[in-house]
Design a protein around this ligand. Structure first.
Ligand code: ADP
Ligand code: DP6
Length: 328
């Protein structure tokens, strides 16, 4: 049995933005994806989580942003803690306090930073000493994208074949370091269809899903070459293409759905216009209407000014590559 920490343990993990998207599970329980993915961890958005296991509790006590979570969110964290308890060989409940430092309801991958921070704080509080790979495998069980947030900078989630072989690893830490991601917030309400539901519907009903699996692998290989060669325009082009290929799976699902709203389309067109006028920038979009613009430091001022005029300054957030998970 692991030696449990008598003190609370706190960890911080940052969100990540996928440049080659994860969209579909081969194994829903273990969260093994159909395809490998590649992301960039961001400095601006993060989650701080504190965990302490206590024998005198009758059940887990969980607070997210100072509030009791919904039953669904509670169960998700509770089940995740169960994985830690199983590895540690005890059944003690835990006190969990977690704070998301991401713009309210901006849909910026809160589950990625949340489960990476929970994996780190929870495993250490339980007395487990996990390697970065083991931590990535554990975080994956909470939310697939969380396995990449264990690492800073670029991270590749190798899809693997089973629980043991599906985890992320850091790569290209010295490449494209002047990359910036400008997060543009266009909607504040909760998304109508979660990533989990959306990807399942795509896998189950889109006739294009097999083509996605094939092209995604090729996109990933091409993106890795672009990063290795510090080739920003290829990097942006491939990231944008891969994001659009993911969103084509939502439009071709039955019933069809989309994460875009009218402002998403307006921003996509503006990015294209900027590009046409010689500003190197590209977009990527996750499971929500907000757009992330990929650019280099030299283009930030121009792009931020353009979008501040359209969306207001507070909806334009410039982020840089961020660090991996850390103990506080
Ligand atoms: P997102 O795009 O923000 O990742 P998801 O639907 O994938 O959206 O994940 C949001 C879910 O992640 C929430 O409904 C909640 O269950 C969980 N979550 C978010 N923040 C936390 C947190 N700090 N601690 C634990 N679970 C969290
Ligand atoms: C569009 O990791 O949130 O952001 O594994 O079901 O928790 P679950 O899904 P999640 O999905 C992320 C989807 C995405 C693409 C990506 O981050 O790769």
């Amino acid at each position: 049995m692991a030696t449990l920490s008598t003190n609370p343990v706190s960890a911080r993990a940052h969100t990540n933005i996928a440049l080659i998207k994860y969209w579909g599970k081969r194994d829903e329980e273990l969260i093994i994806p159909y395809t490998s993915s590649l992301s960039l961890t961001l400095d601006h958005f993060y989650t701080d989580t504190t965990v302490q296991f206590k024998s005198n509790l009758s059940e887990d006590q969980i607070l997210i942003d100072g509030q009791q979570p919904t039953e669904k969110s509670f169960q998700r964290v509770h089940q995740f803690l169960g994985l830690i308890r199983k590895q540690a060989g005890f059944e003690m409940p835990a006190v969990v306090q977690s704070v998301n430092h991401v713009p309210t309801a901006a849909g910026l991958a809160s589950s990625a930073s949340a489960f990476a921070a929970l994996a780190a704080a929870g495993s250490k509080a339980a007395g487990l000493q996990l390697s970065p790979t083991a931590l990535s495998r554990l975080a994956r069980r909470g939310s697939g994208s969380a396995c990449r947030s264990i690492f800073g900078g670029f991270a590749e989630w190798q899809r693997g074949e089973d629980d043991l072989s599906s985890y992320a690893r850091p790569l290209f830490q010295e490449k494209l370091t002047d990359i910036r991601v400008i997060a543009l917030t266009v909607a504040r309400g909760p998304k109508s269809i979660s990533s989990r539901q959306g990807m399942k519907l795509s896998v189950d009903t889109s006739p294009y899903y097999p083509a996605w699996v094939k092209t995604c692998q090729a996109d990933l290989e091409r993106l890795k070459v672009a990063i290795d060669q510090n080739d920003f325009s290829q990097f942006g082009r491939i990231s944008e293409l891969n994001a659009m290929r993911m969103h084509a799976l939502t439009l071709s699902a039955d019933p069809d759905f989309t994460y875009f709203n009218s402002q998403t389309l307006t921003i996509m067109n503006l990015v294209k216009q900027l590009r046409h006028n010689g500003v190197a920038c590209y977009y990527t979009i996750d499971a929500g209407p907000n757009v992330k613009v990929l650019c280099q430091q030299s283009a930030v001022a121009k792009i931020a000014a353009t979008f501040s005029k359209v969306l207001g300054e507070k909806n334009v957030i410039v982020t840089k590559p961020g660090p991996g998970v850390q103990y506080l």
